[in-house]
Design a protein around this ligand. Structure first.
Ligand code: CAA
Length: 240
């Protein structure tokens, strides 16, 4: 039987590419989405991947959402924590709401989601968790104290949970995409984006499918000895 993979924020941007890459690799995929109904329905019609709506920044919603996925598709063996938002602004202009929204959606969601699948993974002695962090969690980014803090937090979270999961067959890894060709990055002011691209040695944005490929690598049964690691996919921009 195909393993079940759940991708948060799995209907758009990097998440869409991850969902499709996992489907193409033979997984039964469920894609979570937060709000864009029309996009989610179009994605599902186009890909044949079922979609499930809930807010990953809400613990009770995560528990109910995962129960719905498992009822329809079976136990979740692969969890990809991909959902994320930006509220970019320099710290001196940042509101508490902008700080909290990003921490909740990008970091607390990892706890809410992992906590909700962990008992099942431990009982079955198998799990693959892939957390999508960011180059900007490694390096920091002007205008992103909230986002950089959340994404750096994801890296610590990943390493700690990896230690807890290791004896139970559960691997936990992080991927740090660099600037990737998605709506989120296209929202960066053009002049700023031009400067950012100049700093990428490969000389272009990452394509979302290149992140999908990295997720498939870490989600495989054969990846059982890779845990607690951070895989940078950033066109040579940073090397740790
Ligand atoms: N480094 C140093 N100074 C910078 C700077 C930078 N990177 N960017 C802007 N500044 C300076 C400006 O030159 C300006 O200086 P002056 O006041 O002397 O003219 C000052 O900071 C204020 O700049 P803005 O007028 O642009 O300020 P703003 O409040 O209108 O906007 C911003 C600031 C929202 C942060 C905008 O610069 C921006 O969107 N930057 C891009 C942030 C970014 O990279 N986001 C990544 C999104 S994609 C993503 O997050 C995915 C991922 O994981 C990689």
């Amino acid at each position: 039987m195909a393993r079940v993979a759940l991708v948060t924020g799995g209907t758009r941007g990097i998440g869409e590419a991850i969902s499709v890459a996992l489907r193409d690799a033979g997984f039964t995929v469920a894609a979570n989405y937060g709000g864009n109904e029309k996009n989610a329905q179009e994605f599902s019609a186009r890909t044949g991947i079922p979609v499930f709506k809930w807010d990953v920044g809400d613990f009770a919603a995560c528990q109910a959402g995962i129960a719905a996925v498992e009822k329809e598709l079976g136990p979740v063996d692969v969890l990809v924590n991909n959902a994320g938002i930006t509220r970019d602004t320099p710290m001196h202009k940042m509101s508490a709401e902008q700080w909290e929204a990003v921490i909740r959606t990008n970091l607390s969601s990892c706890f809410y989601m992992c906590r909700s699948v962990l008992d099942g993974m431990r009982a079955r002695g198998y799990g693959r968790i892939v957390n999508i962090s960011s180059l900007n969690g490694q390096a920091g980014q002007f205008g992103q104290t909230n986002y950089s803090a959340a994404k750096a937090g994801v890296l610590g979270f990943t390493k700690a949970l990896a230690q807890e999961g290791a004896a139970k067959g559960i691997t936990v890894n992080a991927i740090c995409p660099g600037y990737t060709d998605t709506e989120m990055v296209r929202a960066v002011p053009e002049a700023v984006l031009g400067m950012l691209i100049k700093k990428i040695p490969v000389g272009r944005l990452c394509s979302a499918s290149e992140i999908g490929r990295a997720v498939v690598f870490l989600a495989a049964d054969e990846a059982g000895f890779i845990t607690g690691s951070t895989l940078s996919v950033n066109g040579g921009q940073i090397c740790y």
